[in-house]
Write a protein that binds this ligand. Structure first.
Ligand code: ACO
Length: 428
């Protein structure tokens, strides 16, 4: 196999190196394109064919439906690991041993307080505010309380910043929910596990002892693991590009959360449930909505279907579908929405439109059903996604800074007016 690719333009040939990743992915290295061709660039809206970086964190093969964090399959991690172990793995590259994990957790607990002044900011939001708006703003506000940008040449400073955000973020997420529900804020309990404590902070009632429900914590843990990283998606690329200007970790994360909110990305889990509820309210006629999804004149899309990268199946969707069945069964919940979801999935998988376009259920198609069973309000779903994605964003930010990547600054092909003289306002 050649390790060079040749570009021919206007009778001239240019050679570029071809690089190969550890999973045999090939890429044409066009770093010298502009200089050797005297200014030519490539154009690739939506970056469908563009690798923005080399990364050792997550491998996915969309054709084969493979997803691995640091070499470990998502199926194995979802079954055998807990979220904190996965966070450590993603960020630092290896699974922690017992001592490393205990220290990591202890260091996180040490940092889990939030400046009291932050409560005033939370108070100022209307109860009706979308939780993603509140979470983005609170994360931005944290920057003001932690203004020092991280000294990335110090492993210790970097570790400290990472631990700080892993400690504070679940508190912010929980407060976002408590504000919405009109519950007093809770600081959790350091004697609990990371995910259990997060759950307690969200749901503890002031007049009731918190008791752990194993099924709920296990399901939550699994959901967080499944969302923990997904290589260079929209929000992660945002985190990396913002961080590439040497903006701090918290600022980069806050931008990532904003990117995640969109309905074509993390906001899809909320959109899926709203869609399923609308279908149910409309009599449960899935065929009608299938037809709408296929009608090019109708903007309706089957939310939770299709993926930029997975063109076979989304391995996370398989795990979640099984978990949804299990959790609802274990909790004794019969949800008509789950039946509608299964019906839609069956129809879509047999429908030529969806088959031809390789549109399969994605991670969000079933996650909302589990969140709902866990008592999480629909407009909190994307916030839960952000909580899961936090270690991935951190890992990607850390990698980008350690690799000393240059500032992200794409080019463009200008298609506007050519130079023209200014016309004063009275002559226009
Ligand atoms: N329903 C109906 N048709 C669809 C859907 C859908 N959900 N998704 C794609 N298509 C069609 C498009 O209309 C297009 O058809 P055409 O070729 O006849 O024009 C074709 O499939 C390709 O679609 P694109 O939008 O070009 O595919 P792309 O890879 O750019 O988009 C995306 C992927 C954004 C996820 C898209 O499938 C979508 O909008 N899905 C619904 C939203 C969703 O579930 N998002 C969550 C993604 S997962 C995540 O972020 C965690």
């Amino acid at each position: 196999m050649s390790d060079k690719a040749t570009l021919e333009y206007n009778g001239k040939k240019y050679e570029f190196p071809v690089i190969e990743g550890t999973e045999n992915e090939l890429a044409i290295d066009i770093k010298t394109l502009r200089s050797v061709t005297n200014g030519m660039i490539t154009i690739d809206p939506g970056y469908k064919n563009t690798g923005s970086c080399e990364s050792a964190i997550t491998f996915l093969d969309g054709e084969k439906g493979i997803l691995r964090y640091r070499g470990y399959s998502i199926e194995e991690l979802a079954e055998k690991a807990d979220f904190l172990e996965v966070a450590y793995l993603l960020i630092f590259g290896e699974l922690p041993n017992k001592e490393q994990l205990a220290k990591f957790h202890d260091d996180i607990k040490e940092e889990s307080h939030i400046d009291e002044e932050m409560k005033k900011i939370l108070d100022a939001f209307p109860k009706s505010a979308h939780p993603m708006g509140v979470l983005t703003s609170l994360t931005s506000a944290l920057i003001a309380f932690n203004p020092i940008s991280v000294n990335v040449s110090s492993e210790e400073a970097m570790y400290h910043a990472i631990v700080r955000i892993l400690a504070k973020f679940p508190v912010l997420v929980a407060w976002t929910l408590r504000k919405k529900k009109g519950l007093p804020l809770d600081y959790g309990d350091d004697s609990l596990g990371y995910v259990e404590n997060f759950h307690k902070m969200m749901f503890k009632r002031p007049n009731k002892e918190y008791t752990k429900n194993e099924i709920v914590i296990e399901a939550l843990d699994k959901l967080l693991i499944l969302h923990a990283d997904h290589e260079q998606n929209c929000s992660t690329s945002t985190v990396r590009i913002v961080g590439s200007s040497h903006a701090g970790l918290f600022a980069s994360l806050s931008a990532g959360i904003a990117a995640l909110w969109g309905p074509l990305h993390g906001g899809a889990n909320q959109a899926v449930l709203e869609m399923l509820e609308a279908i149910e309210a409309d009599g449960g006629d899935t065929k009608k909505y299938m037809a709408k999804a296929k009608d090019k004149e109708d903007p309706f899309r089957l939310m939770g279907f299709g993926h930029r990268v997975y063109k076979n199946f989304d391995p996370r969707a398989r795990i979640i579908k099984k978990a949804a069945d299990g959790v609802l069964g274990d909790l004794g919940i019969e949800d008509p929405i789950l039946e509608i979801a299964k019906g839609l999935e069956k129809e879509a998988l047999e429908d030529k439109y969806f088959v031809d376009r390789k549109l399969y259920p994605n991670v969000d198609f079933y996650s909302g059903i589990i969140y709902r069973a866990l008592g999480i309000p629909t407009d909190m779903f994307t916030v839960m996604f952000a909580m899961g994605r936090l270690p991935g964003w951190i890992a990607q930010w850390r990698e980008m800074r350690l690799r000393k990547e240059p500032i992200g600054r794409p080019r463009q092909v200008y298609i506007g007016e050519n130079e023209r003289p200014f016309v004063s306002v009275d002559l226009r």
